[in-house]
Ligand binder design. Sequence first.
Ligand code: IFM
Length: 396
Amino acid sequence: MTNHQFTLPDGFLFGASTSAHQTEGNNVNADWWAFEHRSETVVHETSGDAADSYHRWREDMDLLADLGFNAYRFSVEWARIEPAPGQVSQSALAHYRRMLQGAHDRGLEPVVTLHHFTSPRWFAERGGWTAPDAAEAFTRYTEAVAPVLDGLATHVATINEPNMLALIHTALRQGGVPADLHHLEPDEQITTAMIEAHHAAKATLHSAQPGLRVGWTVANQVFQAEPGAEDACRAHAWPREDCFLEAARGDDWIGVQAYTRTRVGPDGPLPIPDAAERTLTGWEYYPEALGEAVRHTAEVTGGQVPVLVTENGIATSDDQRRVDYTTAALTGLAQAMRDGIDVRGYLHWSALDNYEWGSYAPTFGLIAVDRDTFARTPKPSAHWLGSLARSGRLPG
Ligand code: IFM
């Protein structure tokens, strides 16, 4: 293995990711919480206390730092910061400021997401991203967060997986969140609103804190055309992924989030072959997705936007399979970097076993969380990945 290792550049961010709703617990003022608790909800399990990270974030950060990581991606929660329109909670802002300071004190570079799938209930009730003043409301929230970042955060993501949000919105309109979002049409109005909101938030952040590096994080589907279906594949990919990547030209960085692939034939996405190994989310085990997503992202963004891998991982109860998957994914990443793609970080999804949008069953975490006591136990994969981070090398 030693002969084949790839030395990472100085300053490479190596760590793990979480999001607020999936880990904090009792995010009662968020639209997702309302959705989980509707009488006709399609959600299997509610988020409840999640991993109780709102109270246990110090423990989470201690573990990540002790494991050898130098970066932690987490999100701040709009529904806590602005519980009613225009009413900013100083206590919530102080909470996130303490988290940012806590990350610094432990040698963890924070990568902060402003919007990770959840919005305040009031925002959703007014039409969410389809409301005429959606971008303005998001910008106002961004302005409230900007001072909290001062001197403690460099990398900020405006919106997580806007391309998934555009699909989720279509699914919700049709009455549920189907496991397979690929056959849905993304909501164009939401796409346009989110691109506008992203650009407005970026401008706000740059003027409030000129040193900030602002980007957004796109779910890379790794669309693969079957022979003869190249045009159909490009047409399928544009509204579901590429228009969001294209909108990131000119950003300070772009977040790549990759897990699996989607094969596309002349009539659209193809089913996963019966013989393929599947993970706990039902996705095909396909670790090559990461290297391919990074290359595709660099191509669509014109090769000028530095890449941060902000999510990559596997839902499995077999921790050795997590190591296998991640070894292969990082080997592909190293190859892409060797070929000249400017990759500045790798943040594994996820730091903790957490709420996977309707169920706790798909376990993505490097660290197990006891659902009753919230006790954290790093898995062997956490020690393995942490020691890679410490060594400053990637396999491959
Ligand atoms: O858990 C999610 C995360 O919130 C967004 N990206 C994909 C992950 C796994 O499904």
